[in-house]
Design a protein. Structure first.
Length: 171
């Protein structure tokens, strides 16, 4: 199986969990921050969705420059899910078509002329496209718990939800 299709299977499985978390975001609580150093719940949720676009950037581009980046203005769970679903469909298409050699090319994250890092695309896909999103999804779960909201099941039942099928990206 190609590298892209292997990542695709994992992305599809993880996206089921991510979508459950994003579905649980209440924009009535979007300004909540567990501390002054934290992102707001709304910004964190949008960031989790927008990371999905990094798959396509990693595959099609050689860098991502944040100098002119403006987060999408999303004001509802419905908008958030629509945004996430659109980015996911694009990422799935790109992963289904990418050649293995692409993952050996270098990719940079930049802020204008400043290169924040440069890594082979295979590492970018794993660390910044997949693991980074999972990390922030877990943060969102902490926000939910602090607010007294239910935490969606992830890799098995949660204390709030035992109705879940375990994910297996390698079936």
């Amino acid at each position: 199986m190609s590298i892209g299709k292997t990542f695709l299977k994992e992305l599809v499985a993880e996206s089921e969990v991510t979508r459950r978390y994003l579905t649980s975001v209440s924009f009535d609580q979007k300004d909540f921050k567990p501390s002054e150093k934290s992102e707001s719940l709304g910004r964190l949720a949008i960031h989790i969705a927008e990371i999905t676009a990094w798959w396509s950037s990693c595959i099609k581009d050689h860098s991502l420059d944040f100098i002119d980046f403006k987060p999408k203005n999303i004001q509802s769970t419905k908008e958030l899910l629509s945004y996430f679903d659109h980015l996911l469909e694009t990422a799935k298409q790109d992963l289904s078509e990418v050649l293995d050699e692409t993952f050996e090319q270098e990719w940079s994250m930049k802020y204008g002329e400043e290169v924040l890092f440069k890594l082979p695309k295979r590492q970018v896909a794993r660390i910044f496209c997949m693991n980074h999103q999972i990390h922030h999804r877990a943060q969102l779960g902490v926000y939910f718990r602090i607010l007294g909201n239910e935490i969606p099941a992830a890799y098995g039942p949660s204390a709030d939800n035992d109705n879940v099928t375990l994910i297996n990206p390698f079936y």
